[in-house]
Write a protein of this length. Structure first.
Length: 255
């Protein structure tokens, strides 16, 4: 049987058409992926902006309530103790909030289940443990700091209460960044920017109605940060479970 001879021009046109179709298909897929990434980034930045604005408004309202209920003197004590607590939680976090978000993002892209679980356990346990150590130190140093540094005896008990919040505050910050590592900001915005100051306001008003003194400001902060840190950790765990599946979590936990 004689082999059928094909026209070289026809073969060239056929191959060129095939390569052109595959090239255009890959180009269109790349364009779609780029558009999807841009849309995700735009949605995330817009949601973050709304969350930041809402948090600023709620924080301003909280400051008005504190000044209205207890006067500028106790507002100054609260703000000073908050700055000290914020500084201590930054130290307790050990930079794991940024590193954790980076490694979660990498493991998310690689679908590395073991890596994402290790990052979650390490980034959530170390700040909590180190925060407890710092909180104990600040608790016993509160009298020295309040009296010798600020010459304010009333600040002692407030600083002791704020020291209790340090490990939870550090855990909240780290867990919020871990949640952002899944390429979404909505959970961190809802809990960290909205619920956290909202809980402070609600608890403060409730304690004020029950007749508590100026310590209700510290109580509201401790309760709010404890609740929100717990919610944030549960949210990140739910994100991991949704990403890798409960069976993989159980298998990794038993190893």
């Amino acid at each position: 049987m004689l082999l059928e001879k094909k026209n070289p021009l026809a073969v060239y046109m056929m191959v060129s058409g095939y390569l052109g179709d595959s090239s255009s298909a890959s180009t269109s897929t790349k364009i779609k992926n780029e558009k999807s990434l841009l849309l995700t980034a735009a949605q995330g930045s817009g949601l973050s902006m709304i969350g930041a604005m809402s948090a600023s408004i709620l924080a301003f309202l909280l400051q008005i309530l504190i000044s209205r209920f207890y006067g500028p003197r106790f507002y100054g004590i609260f703000f000073t103790c908050f700055l000290i607590c914020n500084l201590m939680q930054s130290i307790a976090a050990l930079g794991l909030h940024k590193a954790g978000m980076r490694f979660v993002s990498i493991s998310h892209e690689r679908s590395d289940y073991n890596m994402i679980l290790d990052v979650f356990r390490t980034a959530s346990s170390i700040p909590l443990l180190f925060g407890v150590i710092i909180a104990i130190g600040l608790y016993f140093m509160s009298s020295f700091i309040a009296i010798n540094c600020f010459n304010n005896v009333e600040m002692v008990i407030v600083l002791k209460l704020f020291s209790v919040a340090i490990p939870f505050f550090a855990l909240l910050q780290v867990a919020a960044e871990l949640s952002r590592g899944f390429k979404t900001t909505k959970y961190a915005v809802i809990i960290e920017n909205l619920l956290f100051p909202l809980f402070q306001i609600v608890i403060l008003i409730s304690l004020r109605a029950l007749g508590f003194d100026f310590l209700s400001v510290a109580y509201s902060f401790v309760f709010a940060v404890s609740i929100c840190s717990f919610l944030m950790v549960l949210t990140v765990h739910s994100q991991i479970q949704h990403f890798i599946g409960p069976r993989q979590i159980n298998n990794s936990s038993t190893k």
